[in-house]
Ligand binder design. Structure first.
Ligand code: SAM
Length: 228
């Protein structure tokens, strides 16, 4: 059963290029991943197909109106509906793991100052943020999720070990990687990687993961005091 990702966006063209390259393209061609875009402007108001209006209570910018989004989302009620917003829970690898197991998911991209809260209250199952910054719209976040999920679908990444041994599995960052040549500009790769001693290589990699995580992302390191 393929994963179908519905994307609600005022800019369906945005997805033309990023979803036509590399493994995402292959996943689509081989039928593991189906992408469908839905433009709320198709349900816009009046001759200009208006989809936004000034916020009640005043303030800068425009807000996406409830009705065009409601009409777009009603036929997608059977899917898991995710609104992309800086107010959502931060996107993490385990979020992607969860989404990759679903059959159908809908990613709702806001624009302008955001969307009418009644859409969130009545049509959204989960809110997800790409990070603590503000983008122009949710399309980058939707493309990020699609790419992150596509590589978890069975058979998309040739060697399944690639997605099992990487950053954020076991709450650790990945160790440094090297490939040929063994020396460039006098810069050598660590001797242990050329030693052929797989026990020593595994120990070195584990040390490097722990060191990197401690130095760069101490927030990922379990707090032993809290556990005891
Ligand atoms: N006024 C909103 C706020 O302060 O949170 C920001 C609106 S932003 C200009 C327009 C749309 O971009 C949002 O509705 C959301 O869909 C998307 N967006 C912006 N930053 C995002 C982020 N960090 N993660 C996910 N979506 C984001």
């Amino acid at each position: 059963m393929p994963l179908t990702v519905h994307v609600v966006t005022l800019f369906p063209d945005y997805f033309e290029s990023p979803l036509r390259v590399s493994l995402v393209r292959r996943a689509r061609e081989e039928g593991q991943l189906v992408i469908r875009t839905h433009d709320p402007r198709d349900h816009g108001k009046g001759a200009h197909r208006q989809v936004d209006d000034a916020p009640f209570g005043g303030g800068p910018g425009m807000v996406m109106m409830v009705e065009p989004l409601a009409r777009t989302l009603e036929p997608l009620a059977h899917t898991h509906r995710v609104f992309l917003t800086p107010s959502g829970a931060p996107l993490r690898q385990d979020t992607l793991d969860r989404f990759a197991l679903m059959d159908e998911i809908t990613l709702v991209c806001g624009r302008y100052e955001g969307i009418d809260q009644r859409v969130v209250d009545h049509y959204i199952d989960e809110e997800v943020s790409l990070g603590d910054f503000v983008l122009l719209g949710g399309e980058v976040a939707a493309a990020t999720i699609i790419e992150g999920v596509a590589r978890l679908l069975p058979g998309v990444v040739g060697n399944p070990e690639s997605t099992e041994h990487e950053s954020f599995r076991s709450n650790e960052l990945e160790e440094p990687q090297y490939t040929r040549p063994a020396e460039f500009n006098g810069w050598e790769v660590p001797d242990v990687l050329l030693s052929g001693d797989h026990g020593a290589i595994d120990r070195w990699r584990a040390e490097q993961r722990a060191l990197r995580t401690q130095q760069r992302r101490p927030d990922l390191v379990p707090n032993r005091d809290a556990d005891s």
